[in-house]
Design a protein around this ligand. Structure first.
Ligand code: BEZ
Length: 401
């Protein structure tokens, strides 16, 4: 689906003549003017627009488009043309969907995606085709681990990072036993690994790890088991529609006031409107919060509200920062993608002035960033402290060429 600013569809011959005429006209221009006439930069947004992660895909798209709109529709002097694919959070379709953007739509840059399993497929194609890829959410550790590459960047987090930060928060809260529950795929499994590392360091013990298939939301048997095990606390990863249902079910099962529920911040981000009273008081850790109250974040939130008539969330911030990172790269080469090495050097060295706070990228191209402790109050994930400052992913297995 091509999003905007497209040539109208015309029969092949007429379209061919139009292109030939415009090439001749451009050749007649002075060299400086010719530079300003560079073709539009084709950006492929591969994101979920349906299913449990649909709202996340929309928020990322909104954030990215806001970053472009703030530059009057141009990044590094190049007009931006968006091509979108709904990846349906389906890893089985990842290769085909990525190839469609690269081969059919001939995109210059890939931006995507949300689901870790889909992102792994996407990154493999990006590596094989040497296509520039900016990942605005999916946390798959592999992307900035064994699959790391000069052309692959992430503006979000590795799954290990929020898992580790939340484990630290729980251990600091003096809980000594916990049960974990999540979807059985890379995001859930890797966040649990990060959680266990920090929780064990703080003297905590995991009584049981429980999993259900993605994107199932039949939580009842697990809630019954949690009640029987009586851990001091529960750690979960759920996001989007699944997070809304889990938080409501946890409260309905009568567990909310008896066994404190913690999660990586995806549990309550972008979901509070739907979760209402059932989410109040839940403590999470994430690299963004609703109440940072910095001039940078306030300006972003005001602009986002004005553009979309809704509150931004962490996904919107990550999409916005994907746009900022691309802008930094393109500005360094005045929009000339042929200077790819120079552009990549600039992206690598970027200091991104994010609404979350300024962050840099590790040598594996993953954000080095603060993780906030947040507590749900009303419709906000209020920051109540810092869980870990400047947390860097260990980037296990990354051999950056
Ligand atoms: C993931 O699959 O990596 C993911 C999806 C939603 C929120 C966070 C991570």
């Amino acid at each position: 689906m091509n999003n905007d600013l497209n040539l109208p569809r015309r029969p092949g011959l007429i379209r061919g003549l139009l292109i030939a005429a415009s090439v001749a006209a451009m050749a007649a221009l002075a060299p400086g003017a010719y530079a300003q006439q560079q073709a539009k930069l084709r950006v492929g947004l591969m994101l979920p627009y349906t299913g449990t992660y649909a709202a996340l895909g929309t928020a990322i798209t909104n954030g990215f488009q806001l970053a472009v709109a703030e530059q009057d529709g141009k990044l590094g002097g190049r007009e931006i043309e968006l091509y979108r694919v709904d990846d349906e959070s389906d890893p089985a379709k990842a290769t085909e969907n990525t190839n469609r953007l690269i081969k059919r739509d001939r995109v210059d840059v890939l931006v995507g995606t949300v689901h870790s399993g889909v992102a792994i497929g996407m990154a493999k194609v990006a590596r094989q085709t040497n296509t520039l890829m900016i990942n605005p959410n999916a946390g798959a550790d592999e992307i900035t681990g064994p699959l790391c590459a000069p052309n692959i960047f992430r503006t979000s987090f590795s799954n290990w990072q929020p898992g580790y930060a939340t484990g630290k928060v729980m251990a600091d809260s003096t809980h000594k036993t916990a049960v974990t529950l999540t979807w059985r795929y890379a995001a859930g499994q890797q966040m649990v690994e990060g959680f266990k590392e920090a929780f064990a360091k703080g003297g905590g013990k995991v009584l049981r790890e429980m999993y259900l298939p993605f994107p199932n939301v039949e939580f009842q048997p697990f809630l019954t088991e949690i009640a029987a095990l009586k851990p001091e606390a529960v750690f979960v990863f759920f996001a989007g529609g699944g997070a809304v249902k889990f938080v409501k079910d946890y409260a309905a099962a009568g567990l909310k006031d008896n066994i404190p529920l913690y999660g990586t911040g995806f549990l309550t981000d972008g979901t509070l409107e739907a979760q209402g009273a059932t989410a109040q008081g839940i403590v999470t850790a994430l690299h963004y919060a609703d109440s940072l109250d910095t001039p940078r974040d306030n300006a972003f939130r005001t602009a986002y509200r004005k553009a979309y008539n809704m509150e931004p969330d962490v996904y919107a911030v990550q999409g916005y920062d994907a746009g900022q990172l691309l802008r930094i790269g393109l500005e360094s080469v005045q929009g000339d993608l042929k200077k790819r090495d120079q552009m990549i050097r600039a992206m690598r060295a970027a200091k991104i002035d994010s609404p979350r706070g300024v962050f840099t990228l590790s040598s594996a191209h993953n954000p080095v960033q603060d993780f906030y402790v947040r507590r749900v109050e009303g419709k906000e994930n209020k920051s109540i402290g810092i869980a870990v400052k400047a947390l860097a992913d260990p980037a296990r297995g990354c051999k950056m060429p």
